[in-house]
Design a protein around this ligand. Structure first.
Ligand code: ZN
Ligand code: ZN
Length: 413
């Protein structure tokens, strides 16, 4: 099986190439071409342009289950400061016309590399298993839109309904360790844009103005009370105001302030309550300030929670234990992912794990989950300009984890 079953991927070379050439969501054309070439060399049928820039590789290897392996391909508008020899100096113009630096600051280059490695390995070893592999290289995870774009482009109808959706995300756990949580694993995320309207005027004449800077400040402060004063201690939510812009000069009271919020929740009830509380507070503070117009609240990207099907996670765990130094329960991650969209569309269980990518030496002998977590807060995390996964052994471990998990679900021959 496979056109070139002896094809092996030079993981480090692929990784450093991808890392030095990152692309923003729905613009992953170079990445997609590299992926397509590697998949073809591994004997996969390749379809490009699925969900704009997504790539799907199919390897039919006799009767047996369909197993979907997923990697996301997009990078972030972050200026890399790792100092690595293969650091990105790439820039791009966003869809809104902004010139931005681009970096694989979330480690999606690790995911692509490992999945290419797994595809080559499974292809080379096809006599030992049976079934069909569906390798999904997804665009625009960071925009919360790539998985849905592939689904809307007929992912399930065109390539088949998988028995399971498997994938991983690199994170600053020690390399060699895998984190797998059964049940709710990653929080839901919602992005909101808010415009507060004041009345602009001279900085010397507050009596003739309604100051949106003070309105914004009061709003940001009161938003903090949603988690601390409105939710039960047992509920999990995060409300972050990540962007706040108003005004141009010291002596001008501006006429508007703009806020951008990121909200993380783990249950539908809590999500509904938090979103309602945000709206109530934003509108209430505008009323309290005497705003001349109601605020505008616009929903942006939305990620559903990632829920690892408990039975499927239990079934997959021994495969991960067979390759990792340790498999731990990392607890609920308040980061978000759109991989669950693929599983929901396929009506298939999702098993999505965390791949340790940090230098174990940075953990000073920590062995328990609590000790590891305590050290992790001091390390550069995903989305940091300093985020630099350790190449060895992370790429091998991520590849082996995908191979082992896929084999667990594929038929044996
Ligand atoms: Zn990310
Ligand atoms: Zn990510």
């Amino acid at each position: 099986m496979g056109l070139l079953t002896d094809h092996a991927v030079d993981l480090a070379a692929v990784y450093t190439d991808l890392h030095a050439n990152p692309e923003l969501g729905f613009h992953e054309t170079r990445t997609a071409a590299l992926v397509a070439a590697q998949l073809s060399a591994s004997g996969f049928e390749v379809t490009t342009g699925v969900g704009v820039t997504g790539v799907v590789g199919l390897l039919r290897n006799g009767d047996g289950p369909l197993v979907l392996l997923r990697a996301d391909m997009d990078a972030l508008p972050v200026e890399e400061r790792t100092g690595l020899a293969y650091a990105s100096v790439a820039r791009a113009v966003t869809d809104s016309g902004m010139d931005v630096p681009v970096m694989h600051a979330c480690g999606h280059d690790v995911h692509v590399t490992c999945l290419l490695g797994a595809c080559a390995a499974l292809s080379a070893d096809s006599p030992s298993w049976s079934g069909t592999l569906i390798a999904v290289f997804q665009p625009a995870e960071e925009l919360g839109a790539g998985a849905q774009a592939m689904v809307d482009d007929g992912l399930v109808e065109r390539f088949g309904r998988p028995a399971v959706v498997l994938g991983q995300h690199v994170a600053p756990l020690p390399a060699g360790i895998i984190g797998l949580r059964h049940g709710a694993a990653f929080a839901a995320a919602d992005t909101l844009s808010i415009v507060l309207h004041g009345r602009g005027g001279h900085g010397s004449r507050p009596e003739a103005s309604v100051d949106p800077v003070v309105m914004a400040a009061a709003t940001v402060t009161r938003l903090q009370t949603i988690v601390s004063r409105e939710l039960a201690g047992s509920d999990t939510a995060v409300v972050t105001v990540g962007s706040l812009h108003a005004g141009t000069a010291a002596n001008i009271i501006p006429d508007r302030a703009e806020l951008q919020l990121s909200i993380r929740t783990t249950g539908a009830d809590v999500r509904t309550r938090v979103l309602a509380a945000v709206e109530r507070i934003v509108r209430g503070e505008a009323v309290a300030a005497g705003a001349p117009r109601d605020p505008e609240i616009t929903m942006g990207a939305s990620f559903p929670a990632v829920v690892n099907d408990p039975d499927a996670a239990r079934f997959t765990q021994p495969a991960l234990e067979s390759v990792a130094r340790m498999v731990v329960d990392p607890g609920l991650v308040t980061g978000s992912e759109d991989v669950g969209v693929l599983a929901t569309a396929a009506g298939a269980p999702c098993v999505f794990w965390i791949l340790g990518g940090a230098d174990p030496a940075d953990f000073g002998g920590a062995t328990t989950v609590e000790e590891i977590a305590a050290k992790m807060v001091d390390l550069p995390s995903n989305h940091s300009p300093m985020y630099a996964p350790q190449v060895v052994p992370t790429l091998d471990m991520g590849t082996a984890a995908l191979v082992a998990a896929a084999r667990r679900w594929l038929g044996q021959s």
